[in-house]
Design a protein. Structure first.
Lengths: 625, 263
C-alpha cells in the first residue's frame, strides 16, 4: 500500500513535471523558429502527449478520479513510441550521412513507431490493456539497432556525441517502460515507476540543454530545477519521514506537530532551493561569469578611460566573452533614445548607451553562440554596464568640455589682451605718426643730422609699440619707449613741451603691463600741450606705496571741467583702453584716476599691485647698489 | 588790391614750427606764390588774414584755443579768403571737407599735392561767383564736422572785440541770443559779443547741464536764472539775474517743465 502510494505520488509529480517541461519546450520551439524546426516541435508535441496522456491515464486513476482508459493510454504510449523516431530523424538531419542512409534509417524509425502504434491501439481496443508488450519490445530492439547503426555511421563526426546521446536517451525512455510493465497490478515500487514512466523527463531536459541552453535555462531551468528539487524534497520526506512516522505512531499529536514542522520547513526551503538552482544554472550549466564582479571590474576599468571611445572599447572587451558573442561593435547614434536600453531579436541585441548629450552610442551584439538569447539577468547586466559607460562618457565629456572651456577662456583672454594692445598701437599711430613725419620732413631741410636721429627714434618707437605682444615690460623698458616718443614730440613742439621724469632707479625693474604709461604721456601732450598756446610741463613720476605702485602723469595744460571730462571719457577715447587693461590686472575698479582743474592742468594716476617678492628683491638691490 | 605780378598771395597758420616751416619751405619753391605771412596760432591767423587779405589761407586744423575751423568762424564774411585745411589725421574732418568740396591737404605735405591746391585756388579765383559760394561751402563743412561729433565741448568761446580776439569762458556767459546768422553773447559783466555761429551748432558744443535752450533763438546759463514765471496757457517766462526776461516757447516750456521744474 505504501509502495503503491509512493508510486502514485511519483506518477503525479512526474507527469506534471513532464507536462510542464514539454509545454515549455514547445513554447520555446514555437517562439524560436517553428518553421525551420518542425522536428523539434514534433518532439515537444509527442513528449507533451505522452505526459498528458500518462497523467490522464495513470495520474487520474491514482488520484481516484476516473477508471483506467486503455485507448488514452495507448495513444500516450504511441506518442512515446514516435518520440525516438522523431529524435532519430532529427539526429539524421544533423549527422553527416548520405541521402540513402538518411532516407532508409528515417523510414525504418517511423515504420517501427507506426507498427508499435498500431499494436498498442489493437491491444487497447481488443484486450482493453495498454501498452502492448510486444510493441515495447519491438521499439526497444529496433531503436537499439538504429542507435548502433547511427553509432557506426557517425563515427568520427563532431556532433556525434550530441546526436547519439539524444537518441540513446529516447531509446532509454521507451525501453524503460519494461520496468513498469506490470504497473497495472499496482504493486510496483516508486523508483520503478520513476524509471519506467518518467524516463522522458531527462530527454526533455537534454534537448533543452543542448538546443536551447541559454534561451530556456533562464526562464525554465532555474525554476524547473528548483521545482524538481522541491518535488524531490517532498517526496523524500514522504518516503523517509512521514511514512515511517505514521507507521510507528499513526494519528498522534506528535505526528501532527512533526508533519506541520516538515510542511513549514518545506515552504521555507523554497527560496534557498531557488537560489541554489540559479547558482547551479549560472555556474555549471551556463558556465557564466559572475555579473556582479564583471560590473565592478568594468566600473574600475572605466574610471581609467579618458575618452568615450576608450570607455566603449572597454565595455565591448568586457562583454564579448561574458555573453559568448562573436562580435560586439559600437557605433555613434544620433537618434533619440529608444524606449529601452536593450533591444534584442533572435540572434543579436542592440544596447543603447544613453548619454546625457548626443551622440548616443549603439552596441550591436551579434551572433550569440549556442543559440543563446539574452536572459533577464543578461539584460539587467547590459543595462547596468550601459549605464556605467554612459555615466563615464558623460563625465569624460563634461571634463573635456570644462577643459576646452578653460582653454578657450585662456585663448580669449590672450586674444583680448592682444586686441587691446593692437588697439593701443592704433591709438598711438595715425595722428602722432603723421605729425612726426612732418617734423622729420622739416628737419631734413634744416638739420639733416637731427632728422636722422628723430627718424631713428621714430622707428625705434614704432618697433617698440608694434612688438609689444608680450603683456609685461619693466618700467625701465616702458620709459625707454616714452623717451623715444618724447624726443619726437619735443622736436615737434619745441620749447612748448617740457618733460620731467622722476622714477627712482630701483623701481625701473618692476614689471608692469606693456604700454600702461605711454598712453598717459601721449594723452597729457595731446590735451595739455597741444591745446595750450604757451605749452606746458609734463611730469612723470613713480612711487612705491606699501604694496602698490603709484604712477602719475601730470600736465599744466588748460585742464577741463568735470562734466567735459566725463563726456570725453564716456566716449571711450584715450585712456579707457588702458583703464580696462589695468582693471583686470589689478582687480580694482578704479586703477586709473583723472583729476583736472580748468586752467591748472590735469593729473592722471594709476595704481598697480606689486608682488611682495618683487618688493623684497627691490630692497636687496637697493642695499647692494 | 595790388597783386604783385599775378602771384597767388598765401598765408599759413600752424602752431607747430616744424610743420609750419616745412609748409613754408615748399611754398617758397613755387615761383607763382607769394607767402605773405605765417601765423603761429588761430588768433594770429585771423589778424593776419584780415590785415593781409590773402587769396588763399592754409590753416592747420589742430591749433590751441582757435583752430582752423575757429579761424573761419571768426573771419568777417567779406574778408574770407579761399581756404584749404591742413591736417595730420582726422577722419571726420576729411569726410566733411570732401562732402562740401572744401580743399584739404594731409601732413606731411607733399609738394605736388600742394601744387594742385595752388592751381585749384587760381582757377577758383578767376570765377568771382565761386568765391562767395566757397565761403558757404567752408561754413557748411565746419557745421558738418561739428555735427559729426568729433569735437570736444567748448570751454572758451573765441570772440572778436574790435580787432582783437578774446576768449570768453563759457562759465561767464549768461545768455546767447540769435539774430539772423549771428549770435549775441552776454556775459556776467554785462558785456556783449557777437559771433557767427548757428545756435544749434553752438548748443551742441555747450554742456547740457549748464545751459538750457528757451526757444529757437535763445540759450541761457542755468545758474543765472533767478526765477521762472508761469504764464497763461502753460507757458513760462524766465527771469535772469540781470532782470532780463525771456519768453519760453511752447515746446521748450514742456521740456523745461519736465527737466528743470521737477524735483
Amino acid at each position: 500500500m505504501i509502495a503503491s502510494t509512493a508510486a502514485s505520488l511519483v506518477n503525479l509529480l512526474g507527469f506534471i513535471t513532464g507536462v510542464v517541461l514539454y509545454v515549455m519546450l514547445l513554447w520555446m520551439v514555437l517562439s524560436a523558429r517553428p518553421e525551420s524546426n518542425r522536428l523539434a516541435l514534433l518532439t515537444g508535441l509527442l513528449g507533451f502527449a505522452w505526459n498528458a496522456g500518462g497523467f490522464g491515464g495513470y495520474g487520474m486513476v491514482n488520484l481516484g478520479f476516473t477508471q483506467s482508459a486503455p485507448v488514452l493510454l495507448a495513444a500516450a504510449f504511441s506518442s512515446l513510441g514516435f518520440l525516438p523516431a522523431v529524435v532519430v530523424h532529427s539526429a539524421l538531419r544533423t549527422a553527416e550521412v548520405t541521402r540513402v542512409q538518411y532516407l532508409v534509417l528515417a523510414a525504418i524509425a517511423y515504420a517501427m513507431s507506426g507498427i508499435a502504434t498500431i499494436m498498442n491501439m489493437y491491444t487497447a481496443i481488443t484486450a482493453g490493456t495498454a501498452p502492448s508488450q510486444a510493441a515495447l519490445i519491438g521499439l526497444t530492439a529496433g531503436f537499439g539497432f538504429l542507435l548502433v547503426a547511427l553509432l557506426v555511421l557517425t563515427r568520427g563526426q563532431v556532433k556525434r556525441g550530441r546526436v547519439l546521446s539524444v537518441v540513446a536517451m529516447s531509446v532509454f525512455a521507451v525501453s524503460a517502460l519494461h520496468l513498469s510493465s506490470n504497473h497495472l497490478s499496482g504493486e510496483d515500487t516508486w523508483w520503478m515507476e520513476l524509471a519506467g514512466h518518467h524516463a522522458s523527463l531527462p530527454l526533455a531536459l537534454l534537448i533543452l540543454y543542448q538546443d536551447f541552453r541559454f534561451a530556456l535555462a533562464d526562464i525554465f531551468l532555474k525554476r524547473a530545477l528548483a521545482f524538481i528539487l522541491l518535488a524531490g524534497l517532498i517526496f523524500g520526506m514522504f518516503v523517509f519521514g512521514v511514512t515511517p512516522l505514521l507507521a510507528a505512531n499513526p494519528a498522534s499529536e506528535r505526528s501532527t506537530a512533526v508533519l506541520l514542522a516538515l510542511w513549514v520547513s518545506t515552504a521555507l526551503a523554497y527560496p534557498f532551493l531557488r537560489r541554489a538552482a540559479a547558482l547551479f544554472v549560472d555556474k555549471i550549466v551556463l558556465t557564466r561569469v559572475d555579473y556582479a564582479e564583471l560590473i565592478s571590474t568594468l566600473s574600475r576599468t572605466l574610471d581609467r578611460c579618458e575618452t568615450p571611445e576608450a570607455a566603449l572599447d572597454e565595455m565591448a572587451r568586457a562583454l564579448a566573452p561574458a555573453l559568448s558573442a562573436k562580435s560586439i561593435e559600437w557605433s555613434e547614434s544620433s537618434e533619440d533614445g529608444p524606449p529601452s536600453w536593450v533591444q534584442q531579436d533572435r540572434r543579436s541585441a542592440r544596447v543603447t548607451v544613453l548619454t546625457t548629450d548626443k551622440p548616443h552610442y549603439l552596441f550591436s551584439i551579434t551572433e550569440l553562440s549556442g543559440g543563446r538569447r539574452l536572459l533577464s539577468d543578461d539584460i539587467a547586466m547590459l543595462e547596468h554596464a550601459a549605464l556605467l559607460v554612459a555615466r563615464r562618457i558623460d563625465a569624460v565629456r563634461a571634463m573635456r568640455e570644462r577643459y576646452q572651456r578653460d582653454i578657450q577662456e585662456q585663448e580669449m583672454r590672450k586674444l583680448a589682451a592682444e586686441a587691446e594692445l593692437r588697439a593701443l598701437r592704433a591709438q598711438v599711430n595715425p595722428h602722432f605718426l603723421f605729425n612726426a613725419l612732418t617734423t622729420i620732413g622739416y628737419l631734413i631741410q634744416t638739420a639733416p643730422e637731427r632728422a636722422l636721429g628723430t627718424l631713428m627714434r621714430l622707428s625705434g618707437l614704432l618697433r617698440g609699440v608694434l612688438r609689444a605682444s608680450e603683456e609685461f615690460v619693466t618700467i625701465g623698458e616702458e620709459l625707454d619707449l616714452i623717451e623715444a616718443y618724447l624726443d619726437i614730440e619735443r622736436a615737434r613742439f619745441e620749447d612748448r613741451l617740457r618733460v620731467y621724469i622722476d622714477v627712482p632707479r630701483q623701481l625701473r625693474r618692476i614689471r608692469i603691463p606693456a604700454l600702461a604709461i605711454q598712453p598717459l604721456v601721449e594723452n597729457a601732450i595731446k590735451h595739455g600741450i597741444s591745446e595750450s598756446l604757451a605749452g606746458g610741463d609734463v611730469r612723470i613720476s613713480a612711487r612705491l606705496l606699501q604694496n602698490e605702485l603709484l604712477i602719475s602723469v601730470i600736465d599744466t595744460g588748460p585742464g577741463v571741467t568735470e562734466s567735459s571730462l566725463q563726456r570725453r571719457r564716456s566716449r571711450g577715447v584715450g585712456l579707457s583702453n588702458v583703464e580696462q587693461r589695468l582693471r583686470r590686472y589689478s582687480n580694482t575698479e578704479t586703477p586709473l584716476v583723472i583729476r583736472s582743474t580748468p586752467g591748472a592742468g590735469t593729473t592722471v594716476e594709476i595704481r598697480l599691485p606689486v608682488q611682495a617678492g618683487e618688493i623684497a628683491s627691490l630692497a636687496v638691490s637697493a642695499k647692494s647698489s | 588790391m595790388s597783386r604783385s605780378a599775378d602771384k597767388l598771395r598765401v598765408v599759413i597758420a600752424d602752431d607747430e614750427r616744424p610743420a609750419r616751416s616745412f609748409l613754408a619751405a615748399i611754398l617758397r619753391t613755387f615761383s607763382d606764390v607769394e607767402l605773405l605771412g605765417e601765423a603761429v596760432n588761430g588768433m594770429e591767423a585771423v589778424t593776419l588774414i584780415e590785415s593781409k587779405q590773402p587769396d588763399l589761407a592754409l590753416l592747420d586744423l589742430q591749433m590751441p584755443e582757435v583752430d582752423g575751423l575757429g579761424v573761419v568762424r571768426l573771419l568777417k564774411k567779406n574778408r574770407m579768403p579761399l581756404v584749404a585745411f591742413v591736417t595730420a589725421y582726422d577722419e571726420y574732418a576729411v569726410r566733411a571737407f570732401e562732402v562740401n568740396a572744401v580743399d584739404y591737404i594731409l601732413k606731411p605735405v607733399e609738394a605736388a599735392r600742394l601744387r594742385q591746391t595752388i592751381d585749384r585756388a587760381r582757377e577758383r579765383l578767376e570765377r568771382e561767383e565761386y568765391k562767395s559760394e566757397a565761403v558757404e561751402r567752408v561754413r557748411a563743412a565746419v557745421s558738418d564736422y561739428e555735427a559729426a561729433g568729433g569735437r570736444p565741448l567748448l570751454e572758451r568761446i573765441p570772440v572778436r572785440r574790435h580787432d582783437e580776439i578774446v576768449l570768453v569762458p563759457v562759465s561767464q556767459i549768461v545768455s546767447i541770443v540769435a539774430e539772423g546768422e549771428l549770435l549775441h553773447l552776454r556775459t556776467g559783466t554785462n558785456e556783449t559779443h557777437t559771433i557767427s555761429y548757428r545756435l544749434r551748432d553752438l548748443a551742441a558744443r555747450l554742456e547740457p547741464t549748464r545751459f538750457v535752450r528757451l526757444s529757437r533763438g535763445a540759450i541761457v546759463n542755468i545758474d543765472m536764472i533767478r526765477r521762472i514765471i508761469r504764464m497763461p496757457g502753460g507757458l513760462f517766462t524766465v527771469v535772469l539775474n540781470d532782470d532780463r526776461e525771456f519768453p519760453v516757447s511752447r515746446l521748450q516750456s514742456r521740456l523745461l517743465r519736465d527737466q528743470l521744474l521737477r524735483l
